[in-house]
Structure formats: structure tokens, C-alpha cells
Design a protein around this ligand. Structure first.
Ligand SMILES: NC(=O)c1ccc[n+]([C@@H]2O[C@H](COP(=O)([O-])OP(=O)(O)OC[C@H]3O[C@@H](n4cnc5c(N)ncnc54)[C@H](O)[C@@H]3O)[C@@H](O)[C@H]2O)c1
Length: 285
């Protein structure tokens, strides 16, 4: 080792925990979350509310939104959150425009969008797949995601030029490789990669960053049809295909979404981050 032998650079502290900073990345930010009545969306509302974000929660399912409101009231039982739920069918451009206007009226602006609503469709091989279900999956996962992205980006593009806005689109590992018996879902999530790339380029001049997150196998509690029958056996079979040999948690997805929403990813746009325990390693969209 080189240097003077009496040179010391050292600090001793009995309570270093006092230096721990709380997560202040989202304090006061207005975030729109679609699919907010579902598993990811509900936990996402709680996650961002706990970090001081102001939340516009969209879903077509009123019961789901009610459950999210109750989850927030339980998690932040001192009422220290700013939240409004909006019933919205994202496949309707008119509905989505009306709701977007209502969000701006309530919150004055939009900083962040988690474009997350989705429908997994049926599990059926290509020969048996119902074309009507294929159409519905595309309508929700692709057209719906586009409609929300466009409506919100129009609001974001009118922000003051110094403000950076962020969008995260929820894609899926299913869209990166041919997941069997999921022709519609896999195709729809593959389309999200292209939508993300195009939006990243079209919206960069407006300081709007657009990235995607691709989760896989996020716990049997997530209503995946893969877990519909005999969930434990199916889950175990699935775990065997994951190098990390476990399912992921919704919080593990949220940490990545939060990274993409924050300044920590300030030089990233048009990217896709995979949250899958290594399952799709070697295959990257
Ligand atoms: N759960 C997983 O393991 C997993 C893995 C990869 C990707 N994803 C994706 O993550 C997202 C959320 O998944 P989840 O597990 O929370 O699913 P979920 O079914 O619990 O939630 C989806 C929500 O989207 C809403 N929605 C559906 N169609 C809508 C429409 N037309 N308008 C408005 N809202 C609509 C539903 O009402 C529901 O509340 C989806 O895009 C899904 O494809 C999930």
C-alpha cells in the first residue's frame, strides 16, 4: 500500500441510520396509473402514495378501484395521501380524453404515467385461439395503451420546458419470446416494445422519457391464468424454468418502475427493463 503511514480518512458513528434518507423522488409528483384496480396497479398506488406522490388511479372496474382506495386507507391510515379514482375504459378515446381533462382539473398537471392496464386473454393454442378474444386483447393492451399514452403525452407536452415527464409502459417477457398458447397476449406485448421505441423518439423533444418494464411470473396471487388450476403445482413447474428458482414479487416490479420514473434513469428512454429472475436471459427486445 502506498501513501503516508499516518494518513487517516475515517469517520466513526454510533448511529449511522440517522443519515438514511427517505425516498423523496416522488414527493408532490402527479402520477397517473392505469389498471389501478388490479394487482400491480393497487400496490403501485400504495407504493407511490407512501412516497408522497399524488395519484390519479384509472380502471374500468369500479370494485377494483374501491379495493385500491381501501388498501390506501389501510396502509396510510392517517389519511396522508392525495388520491382520486377515475372509472375509465381505456379502449375508448372519448372516455380517456374526458378523464384526462378531469385529472388536469383535479391535479393541475401530470408528471408521470404508469401505462399498466392489461388483459391476458385466453390460454389456447394457435389452432384453437378465438379471434374475438385476440381482437379484445389487442384492443386493450395495444390500442388502449396508445390512447392513454397519447392523451397524457398531450398534457405533458404543454408543461414548462424545464420539467421532465416519464412514462412506463407495462410490457411482458411474453412479448419477447413466443410464449405458447398466448398468441394474442404475446403479440400485444411485443407491440408495446415498438410503441415504446416510437414514443421515446417522438416525445424526446418534449422532455418526455418513455420506457417499458417486462415482468414475468410475479407470484400466483396475480391472477395469471397460468395459476388458475392447482396453483401450487403449476407455480412449482414455472419456478423450475426460472434461474433464480422463485417467483417475483410485485414490489420487485415496482422498484424497477420507480427507477424508470425517477431521475436515476435520466439518460434512459426507449428502453425495456426485464424483471424475471433471469428466465428470458439471452433474449432481449
Ligand atoms: N402479473 C404478472 O405476472 C404480469 C407479468 C407480466 C406483465 N404483466 C402485465 O402487468 C399489467 C398489470 O397486471 P396485473 O397482474 O396487475 O393484472 P390484473 O388483471 O390484476 O390488473 C389489470 C387491470 O387492468 C384493468 N383493465 C383491463 N382492461 C381495461 C380497460 N379496457 N380499461 C381500463 N382498465 C382496464 C382491469 O380491470 C384490471 O384491474 C398488465 O398489463 C399485465 O399484462 C403482469
Amino acid at each position: 500500500m502506498s501513501g503516508s503511514s499516518d494518513w487517516v480518512a475515517e469517520a466513526k458513528c454510533d448511529s449511522p441510520e440517522t443519515a438514511v434518507e427517505h425516498d423523496l423522488r416522488f414527493v408532490g409528483k402527479v402520477i397517473v396509473i392505469t389498471g389501478a384496480g388490479g394487482q400491480f396497479g393497487r400496490e403501485g398506488c400504495v407504493y407511490f402514495a407512501k412516497r408522497g406522490a399524488r395519484i390519479a388511479a384509472l380502471d374500468k372496474n369500479q370494485e377494483g378501484l374501491q379495493g385500491t382506495f381501501e388498501a390506501l386507507n389501510q396502509s396510510l391510515d392517517d389519511g396522508s395521501f392525495d388520491f382520486k379514482a377515475f372509472i375509465c375504459d381505456i379502449t375508448s378515446a372519448g372516455d380517456t380524453r374526458t378523464v384526462t381533462d378531469a385529472i388536469v382539473e383535479r391535479f393541475c398537471r401530470i408528471d408521470l404515467l404508469w401505462n399498466n392496464a392489461g388483459y391476458q386473454g385466453k390460454i389456447a393454442t394457435l389452432l384453437e385461439y378465438d379471434p374475438e378474444d385476440f381482437r379484445m386483447v389487442m384492443d386493450i393492451n395495444v390500442t388502449g395503451a396508445f390512447i392513454v399514452l397519447q392523451a397524457v403525452a398531450k398534457v405533458m407536452s404543454k408543461r414548462d420546458p424545464d420539467a421532465t415527464c416519464c412514462v412506463v409502459n407495462t410490457a411482458s417477457v411474453a412479448g419477447m419470446r413466443g410464449t405458447p398458447a398466448m398468441a394474442a397476449y404475446a403479440s400485444s406485448k411485443a407491440a408495446i416494445f415498438s410503441l415504446t421505441s416510437v414514443a421515446a423518439k417522438d416525445l424526446a423533444p418534449f422532455k418526455i422519457r418513455v420506457n417499458a418494464v417486462s415482468p414475468a411470473l410475479i407470484g400466483p396471487e396475480c391472477n395469471s391464468p397460468y395459476f388458475a388450476n392447482d396453483p401450487e403445482t403449476v407455480a412449482q413447474n414455472k419456478i423450475n424454468s426460472v434461474p433464480m428458482k422463485r417467483l417475483g414479487s410485485v414490489e420487485e416490479v415496482l422498484k424497477v418502475v420507480a427507477f424508470l420514473m425517477s431521475d436515476e434513469s435520466s439518460y434512459m428512454t426507449g428502453s425495456n427493463l426485464v424483471v424475471d429472475g433471469g428466465m428470458a436471459s439471452g433474449v432481449r427486445a
